[in-house]
Design a protein around this ligand. Structure first.
Ligand code: F6P
Length: 198
């Protein structure tokens, strides 16, 4: 693998409502973003796209794969988004109102905080690393691979290639209209954040 394209899924209904977790579909804008990605990568050979098991990553990967000949999508549960336990489906505002201790504690140390009955960045790291190992095992000597993941998962993936303070990981910029291009070279580290639509 020379190039890892780390993409976050397109906009969902839950994103519009600022809701945590769930398994919602892409919105019209999210589908446009997926089509724009497909167009952007049409001239780059990507034989395999890894996603999570959630609809939003699969719906983002599908148009990209359709523009490639051939391309397989491999869904890995290891790349599922951080599981927010009792807070799944709530908005960030609802958490602040109804579970103020959760909001406060998470704000105090977002990296080590674990949602009630759910996960945290720290507890999620092991499974995401397991997913990355699978990616490198299954990539079939491809030059380019793509992962379509989620905000928290992609932060953890990126942090495996960057040397970052743990406390900074949950704040890495992970927008939906750009992707990270990580060049895998033992002698230099190159990370580019690339916009695929204006
Ligand atoms: O885009 C929403 C989302 O993926 C949630 O499902 C997830 O809980 C959140 O982002 C992770 O971001 P943060 O850790 O900043 O709340």
């Amino acid at each position: 693998v020379r190039n890892l394209f780390l993409v976050r899924h397109g906009e969902t209904l839950f994103n519009q409502e600022d809701r945590i977790g769930g398994d919602s579909d892409l919105t019209g804008k999210g589908r446009e973003q997926a089509n724009a990605l497909a167009e952007h990568f049409a001239t780059v050979r990507i034989p395999i796209i890894f996603t999570s098991n959630y609809k939003r990553t699969l719906q983002t990967a599908t148009p990209i794969a359709e523009r490639q000949h051939p391309c397989s999508i491999i869904a890995l549960p290891e790349f599922n988004e951080i599981y927010a336990g009792q807070c799944e489906g709530m908005t960030y505002e609802e958490v602040r109102q109804q579970m103020p201790d959760v909001a406060k504690e998470r704000g105090r140390n977002k990296y080590s905080y674990v949602y009630p009955d759910g996960e945290g960045y720290m507890t999620m790291e092991e499974r995401v690393l397991r997913g990355l190992k699978k990616v490198f095992f299954l990539n079939n000597y491809s030059e380019n691979i793509m992962i379509v993941g989620h905000r928290a998962v992609n932060r953890v993936i990126l942090s495996c290639f960057l040397s970052r303070q743990e406390e900074e990981i949950p704040y890495i910029y992970m927008p939906q209209d750009r992707y990270y291009h990580i060049q895998i070279d033992p002698h230099k580290r190159i990370f580019e954040l690339i916009a695929y639509r204006s």
